[in-house]
Design a protein around this ligand. Structure first.
Ligand code: HPA
Length: 251
């Protein structure tokens, strides 16, 4: 395999355990010095280009957000030849433009997670990096995604601030009210440390957030159910093949 030929690595979130349309798949689960990946990396062809897919929570959704081995996942994708990572993140919507089934390409994030291994700079003797993170998502890749969405006729909100919470429980209404006051539009549990680690590795990295529900207190629901989350992710994900085709058609 020519590692350089991987055009895009896709990391799937809750409700996204396989990538529709990925053909001629080989699986790789390389050991890494950071430990085991969430599951196999599926490498195949999509729109005529080499694409890698990894389910962040494992293909049977067995890895909770705080236990995802973000370092191993990203290091393995890079070792297999990925340079660009499209992170698909299932989220709750806070801002009015971010209702269920919306796709959004956030441009900012706030990290509320704690106790996660959030850097590669912990190896004895490793150089401590203070990477620039003012724009946590690679602007050029965001622009490519938004242009692809436009070309494919896929509605996508441009921008928004992603709040990364610890989970695995959902938030209280008061916590969401605080996130809103902080300027957050979307809330999910896996955006960090993944984005920061990708930056440390020098990967291009951007997020397409799939809104599965109104965050606590933002809609009319008394309760957010996992079935509602899965149903809305499944409905919103029908746009992904066209989006990916258009993205991969770009040189
Ligand atoms: N909060 C946090 N993460 C989520 C949510 C939410 O409401 N919905 C899907 N992932």
């Amino acid at each position: 395999m020519d590692a350089e030929q991987i055009a895009l690595a896709v990391i799937g979130g809750t409700g996204l355990y396989r990538l529709a349309g990925l053909d001629a798949v080989e699986t790789h689960q390389p050991p890494t010095k950071y430990g085991a990946l969430s599951g196999p990396v599926r490498l195949g062809t999509l729109a005529g280009r080499r694409v890698a897919f990894l389910a962040r929570h494992g293909e049977g959704h067995s890895v909770p957000p705080h236990l995802v081995n973000y370092r191993a996942n990203l290091a393995a994708l890079q070792a297999l030849g990925a340079r660009r990572v499209l992170a698909l993140n299932t989220v709750g919507g806070i801002g009015a433009r971010f209702g269920p089934r919306v796709l959004a390409c956030p441009d900012q994030l706030i990290d509320y997670t704690w106790g996660r291994v959030s850097t590669f700079c912990e190896e004895p003797g490793s150089e401590v990096l203070h990477v620039d993170f003012g724009d946590p998502y690679t602007p050029a890749l965001r622009a490519e995604i938004l242009a692809a969405a436009h070309a494919a006729g896929v509605a996508m909100v441009d921008g928004g601030c992603y709040a990364a919470t610890q989970g695995p429980r959902l938030e209280t209404r008061a916590e969401i009210a605080r996130l809103r006051r902080d300027g957050c539009d979307l809330v999910g549990m896996t955006g960090m440390p993944e984005a920061g680690l990708a930056r440390e590795l020098g990967l291009e990295y951007a997020c397409v957030a799939i809104v599965a529900n109104w965050a606590a207190g933002c809609g009319d629901e008394e309760e957010i159910t996992f079935q509602q989350v899965l149903d809305n992710v499944a409905a919103a994900s029908t746009a992904l093949p066209a989006l990916l085709d258009a993205l991969l058609a770009r040189p």
